[in-house]
Design a protein around this ligand. Structure first.
Ligand code: F0G
Length: 461
């Protein structure tokens, strides 16, 4: 067979029914939660592409591992197994489990970032940005030029702009406590960062004596892209590549709800003993003892297995193909997306599709609402609702650089026919794009407003 279909590399042995709703039911449900998709009951959603975080299916080996969980408060065997796998994968000296990624961020930034500092990154994800800003520091996004051009086809659009990084390190001096690089670049379309770029970041961090920390939630998908796209890397396994990538950095924060292949978990890993000691103190205060860090022993065991399964080439080939396949469905419906497709998600370009709406009318939120109303598909807005800000003292509201709707694919959860259906929903919405109304915010909190804001549709002309 030449070019066979890339099939799901697993069989299904346990199933979860989905609940179908009518359009009228979805209209009522969405109005009741103030047009914020985070407010919906999962039961009112048919295909949930809100996030790939903690929403995947575990393997039979992971379920078996759960039964081996050792729930000892201190020194559990589960921690030893988790530690051994993380240590082989990352090579870091100090391995600190946390309940999820943002806990690792809060603890690390609490120990390393001070008021007035500048933290460079390719693009900060929302919780990462909020945790940097919470310390009184500036979160500075320095993604490369290609990464800012949504439609451009380029292999490594997640790369950090090395010139801007160097200028930041030179000009801000001691105000840069660490350099972050997010792999893959979630807020920038799930785009990968090349090995070459990461090596250059290492050199710059050495030159300016600044720690280099990876935000490595999707390290395996990033390694697959390096294997597929980077010169000289196709003969290396994703595992070998991932091991090298971690060894370029001084530490990492990871939400293990992504490439940890489990439903909960996080990691903070460091080589610096003094910083690690301060982080462990903070961990004990808020997360738990350092050998469980807010997780059950069984979670650590599921993660120890997941962190091995995730670098399987058959899995990664299928994983990345799923997102590319969904992107092709969108293109067939003449819906622009960030190109190329990301590893874990497809990002629809709502700004381009709903060009009749100004950014202040929240086009990405409008598209996200419409996908739900049309077919019960829940995505997430990554635009002005997430990254904009209300104007202060009568100034205009700040808008986001792009208006995207992310359709994130939970790992090993949906089949090809589910993805076909999502493609049909996108096509149906695209046909009546010009009639889709904008939205305005009627209520919002100070931090991370997209989670809890309430909105209402704007009257149509
Ligand atoms: N960093 C990145 C790049 C992320 O994508 C996330 C989470 C985090 C940090 C925080 O991890 O949720 O375990 O506390 N991203 C999820 C998403 C929520 O939907 O993309 P967490």
């Amino acid at each position: 067979m030449s070019d066979p279909t890339i099939i799901e590399p697993f069989r299904i042995r346990s199933v979860e029914p989905m609940r179908f709703t009518s359009r009228a039911e979805r209209e009522a449900a969405l109005a009741a939660v103030g047009y914020n998709l985070f407010g919906l009951r999962a039961d009112d959603v048919l295909i949930d592409l809100l996030t790939d975080s903690g929403t995947g299916a575990m393997s039979s080996e992971q379920w078996a591992a759960l039964m081996r969980g050792d729930e000892s408060y201190a020194g559990a065997r589960s921690f030893e197994r988790f530690h051994a796998v993380v240590s082989e994968l990352t090579g870091f000296e100090h391995i600190i489990p946390t309940h999820q990624g943002r806990a690792a961020e809060r603890i690390l930034f609490g120990a390393m970032v001070a008021d007035g500092d500048v933290v460079p990154n390719n693009t900060h994800f929302d919780t990462t940005r909020a945790n940097v800003e919470y310390q009184g520091a500036e979160a500075r996004d320095l993604v490369c030029v290609e990464g800012r051009d949504l439609q451009l086809e380029a292999p490594f659009k997640g790369n950090i702009d090395l010139e801007k990084l160097e200028a930041t390190l030179r000009d801000e001096g001691d105000r840069v406590p660490l350099v972050l690089v997010t792999i893959t670049n979630n807020s920038g379309g799930g785009q990968p960062v090349s090995l070459e770029n990461l090596r250059r970041v290492r050199e710059l961090c050495d030159r300016y004596d600044t720690p280099f920390i990876l935000d490595a939630c999707r390290f395996a998908e990033n390694a697959w892209f390096i294997h597929e796209r980077e010169d000289g890397q196709s003969t290396r396994t994703p595992r070998e590549i991932a091991r090298e990538v971690f060894r370029l950095a001084d530490g990492c924060t990871i939400s293990l709800k992504k490439d940890g292949m489990a439903n909960i978990g996080g990691l903070l890993a460091l080589n610096d003993a003094e910083v690690a000691a301060r982080c462990r103190d903070a961990l004990i205060l808020t997360e738990g003892f350092p050998t469980y860090g807010g997780l059950a022993g069984r979670d650590l065991d599921a993660l120890a297995v997941g962190l091995q399964e995730v670098t399987d080439p058959d899995y990664l080939r299928y994983r990345v193909r799923t997102a590319a396949y969904l992107a092709e469905k969108a293109w067939q419906a003449v819906v622009p997306t960030v190109r190329p497709a990301g590893g874990h998600a497809v990002y629809l370009d709502a700004g381009a599709l709903l060009s009749h709406l100004p950014q202040t009318a929240l086009p990405a939120q409008a598209l996200a609402c419409e996908l739900y109303l049309e077919g019960g598909v829940r995505g997430v807005e990554i635009g002005t609702l997430m990254f904009g800000r209300p104007g202060v003292d009568g100034a205009a509201d700040e808008v986001a650089p792009h208006e995207l709707v992310r359709l994130a694919l939970p790992r090993r959860t949906y089949t090809q026919s589910h993805v076909d259906y999502v493609g049909e929903v996108i096509a149906a919405v695209a046909e009546r794009a010009a009639d889709i109304p904008g939205y305005r915010i009627v209520e919002q909190p100070r931090w991370l407003r997209h989670f809890t804001a309430r909105l209402e549709p704007l009257p149509t002309a």
